[in-house]
Design a binder for this molecule. Structure first.
Ligand code: FAD
Ligand code: NAP
Length: 329
């Protein structure tokens, strides 16, 4: 058995039968041709929770390379291998002054996993600059291209997390980025930080650095405390349900979105008294209760049990079912 402890950001100590690092697409095709055993795909392991040993093969995406195609005076098409670290791609683009993904700085994991849940942060999501992706169909073993519409991106969702889950291995992702300055400063804490630093004309590098600082002032680094970022998705409820809640909780934070009203799950969890609460080896983080933490030797089962306690109390108090964002195995 091969340990997966260093292959998941929760740091859960489980094992798998075989671990195969995919550096070239032909390795993946060879594996699919000759293997009958069960398998799962892994990027950086920063959005997974293993609850048991995996009695099959874990395919780790290490497909590398970044290519740039100049489209016109204003835009570039940047294509990165699925195994490139997402944050390395962000740093590369910022260093070249390509605008579009700087707000997504410091999100752990790989480029290939980014479309899975349409990664998002600080007012930007992958879909905003997404062009297309290439993926290997795991049944036909042939390559296919998906454009933005075919990816069915939604709030922390895509067709690869829903209808086509476990059906494709994403091998590369292409983004259209802007050569001229176009910054997204809609997220209040980012705007406030820029103002408080007295920056009159923020640059791409300013935005990246500021978001990096805000992020790590609040979030535990997986290298220091095991976690997978937000354990739950922010629930989106309909307006009638929201109005009923507002009567009871006039200060409830909320954001209008296309599908209804988004309530920060972290606030709901905090109201239920979980912020900073530790039970055994796990608990809800003291600075952001949406993050469940492994305080040392937690098992996946302990982490799941904690998540279920949190979910039940939010359901009981607010009649809102918060769903896991993390992929559970
Ligand atoms: P993994 O955890 O390895 O995999 C996640 C899922 O995708 C699994 O089901 C896996 O089978 C599947 N998968 C992975 N690669 C492929 C592929 N190539 N083809 C097909 N399926 C694949 N997320 C956000 O959206 N915004 C944030 O701001 C954010 N901040 C975070 C902060 C911290 C500290 C942490 C730990 C996590 C954070 N996350 C955030 C979650 C996580 O970083 C992202 O979801 C990231 O995209 C996961 O990438 P990964 O390579 O680690 O995926
Ligand atoms: P925060 O600023 O404390 O805000 C709490 C929640 O309110 C966020 O989840 C955010 O929703 C929502 N929100 C705040 N301002 C908003 C606005 N102007 N418009 C719409 N929604 C708004 O959040 P945080 O925990 O420090 O995280 C900061 C950002 O990083 C967020 O975008 C968050 O999604 C992202 N993040 C994600 C993960 C993950 O694992 N998925 C982990 C850490 C951070 P949104 O989540 O929709 O933005």
């Amino acid at each position: 058995m091969n340990s997966l402890k260093t292959y998941n950001s929760f740091g859960v100590d489980v094992a798998c039968h075989e671990l195969l690092l995919i550096h070239e697409i032909h390795q993946l095709i060879d594996f699919l041709m000759h293997n009958e055993s069960p398998f799962i795909i892994l990027g950086g392991g920063s959005n997974v929770l293993f609850t048991q040993d995996f009695l099959g093969t874990v395919l780790v995406n290490r497909l590398s390379g970044i290519e740039v195609k100049h489209l016109d005076d204003e835009r570039v098409l940047v294509t990165a291998g699925g195994g490139v670290l997402w944050d390395d791609l962000v740093s590369f683009c910022v260093s070249k002054s390509y605008h579009g993904i700087e707000n997504l700085t410091a999100i752990p994991g790989t480029v290939g996993a980014a479309p899975m849940q349409n990664i998002g942060a600080y007012g930007v999501e992958l879909a905003f600059c997404f062009h297309s992706l290439k993926a290997l169909n795991l049944s036909t073993k042939g390559p296919e291209v998906f454009d933005k519409t075919q990816c069915e991106f939604g709030y922390r969702s895509s067709v690869f997390k829903t209808r086509l889950k476990n059906k494709y291995f994403i091998t590369s992702v292409s983004l259209v980025l802007q050569k001229k300055a176009s910054l997204n400063l809609t997220y209040t804490p980012v705007k406030e930080a820029i103002d408080s630093l007295g920056i009159k004309q923020p640059t791409l590098v300013d935005v990246k650095n500021i978001i990096n600082d805000i992020r790590w002032s609040k979030l535990p680094k997986p290298s220091e405390l095991g976690n997978a970022g937000s354990f739950f998705k922010n629930p989106v409820i309909d307006k009638a349900a929201f109005n009923a809640l507002l009567m009871q909780y006039p200060n409830i934070p909320h954001y209008l979105v296309d599908e209804g009203v988004k309530i920060p799950a972290g606030w709901l969890i905090e109201q239920c008294g979980w912020k900073g609460k530790i039970i055994g080896n796990t608990g809800s983080h003291a600075k952001q209760s949406l993050v469940i933490v492994n305080y040392g030797q937690a098992t996946g089962a302990e982490i799941i049990a904690h998540a279920q306690r949190v979910q039940s109390s939010v359901l009981e108090r607010f009649n809102i079912k918060i769903e896991a964002e993390v992929n559970i195995y």
